[in-house]
Design a protein around this ligand. Structure first.
Ligand code: SAM
Ligand code: SF4
Ligand code: SF4
Length: 335
């Protein structure tokens, strides 16, 4: 059974948020003024249990989902995360299980995650410059701690690791070449992401976005690049490689070159709501179904009908959107 939406897009992949909490306060994602001491995060009872998450993922796989990415908030803050990885990694039909983390706790968990069946990993790292990193993440966590996490993940066999860099104009765009150089020749794949207008708290303005075409030019001028074919249809990163054999670099042009036409991605929040677009203002609750004795068949039917009604293409329509539209936060829905 394959779920298809109103624009003919299948339900190929799922981003699963396992917590809305985080040990960083990246200014573009969870600004401290909003996500401070008084912020009400989800309670344990509100969040889906690992058993409930597993039922949800099985239903998605029934509908054609082949890739699942565990995210958050910071997923490694969720207690005994390797246990969830273990439960998901044995679901028949699930081909690709991966995780996005800020890397702060990775040294501690890398081996356990690999042993539990995690296949790959993405680590977010916006700068290797100590001051810029501290300013962007608004935390005391050191760059070296993240780098040690990356090394531990590599040692645990989780490489090649993808390194995600959100680029914000006049904040870290001057460091893009340094970052590229840092991972050139390491086998890891650095990916530069245009700063997006997710949620309602980061004060996003178009002038803060550096189009990836400019980033490609900057890196190409120092370390020549050549384009690569996508790995598969719908791949969000544009792939390039260094002409000198130093590896691959990705660019995610979510603002300047939207990719809604090929978007096969659903999101489930930690409290069990399905979002059919990163920019959705409302989710569809699955938790009540999970907790009211519904069968796997019922769950699959409900998700199928949610996907079937999907028409989202926010990024393509961005220019025409009302600026006051209320959108869900990325730390809640999962990046
Ligand atoms: N805490 C984990 C991390 O940072 O990797 C996982 C969750 S985070 C929300 C997932 C990804 O979303 C990160 O790579 C982060 O940089 C990216 N992200 C968050 N806010 C963003 C924004 N406004 N624009 C572009 N990317 C953003
Ligand atoms: Fe936390 Fe990741 Fe958001 Fe940064 S991007 S605040 S690390 S959830
Ligand atoms: Fe997919 Fe929505 Fe992003 Fe378009 S805006 S690529 S539909 S998540």
């Amino acid at each position: 059974m394959t779920a298809v939406d109103q624009l003919g897009r299948s339900l190929g992949d799922l981003r699963l948020s396992v917590t809305d909490r985080c040990n960083m306060r990246c200014t573009y994602c969870m600004p401290r003024e909003i996500f401070g001491r008084d912020y009400q995060f989800l309670s344990r009872q509100q969040m889906l249990s690992y058993e409930e998450i597993t039922r949800v993922v099985k239903a998605f796989v029934q509908l054609g989902t082949r890739k699942v990415r565990i995210t958050g908030g910071e997923p490694l803050l969720r207690r005994q995360l390797p246990q969830l990885v273990k439960m998901l990694s044995v679901i028949p039909g699930l081909e690709d299980l991966t995780l996005t983390t800020n890397g702060a706790l990775l040294q501690q968990y890398a081996q356990a995650l690999a042993d539990a069946g995690l296949q790959r990993l993405t680590v977010s790292l916006d700068a290797v410059d100590t001051e810029v990193f501290a300013a962007m993440t608004d935390s005391d966590i050191a760059v070296s701690q993240v780098m040690e996490g990356i090394q531990a993940a590599e040692a645990a066999g989780l490489g090649p690791i993808k390194i995600n860099v959100v680029v914000k104009k006049n904040v870290n765009d001057h460091l893009v070449v340094d970052l590229a150089r840092q991972f050139h020749g390491t086998g890891h794949i650095i990916r530069f992401i245009e700063y997006m207008d997710v949620g309602a708290t980061n004060g996003w303005q178009l002038v803060d976005v550096v189009p990836v075409a400019i980033l490609v030019d900057r890196i190409n001028a120092v370390m020549p690049l050549e384009p690569l074919e996508p790995n598969y249809q719908g791949e969000v990163a544009r792939r390039w490689r260094y002409v000198d054999g130093g590896g691959e670099v990705g660019f995610i042009a979510s603002v300047s070159q939207p990719f809604c036409t090929d978007c096969t991605r659903a999101r489930v929040s930690a409290d069990g709501k399905v979002y059919t677009c990163l920019f959705s203002s409302q989710g569809h609750d699955l938790r009540h179904l999970l907790r009211s004795g519904s069968s796997p068949h019922d769950l699959t039917q409900v998700i199928d009908s949610i996907w079937h009604s999907r028409k989202d293409r926010y990024s393509e329509l961005r220019a025409a959107q009302a600026p006051s539209l209320s959108k869900v936060e990325m730390s809640y829905i999962g990046g």
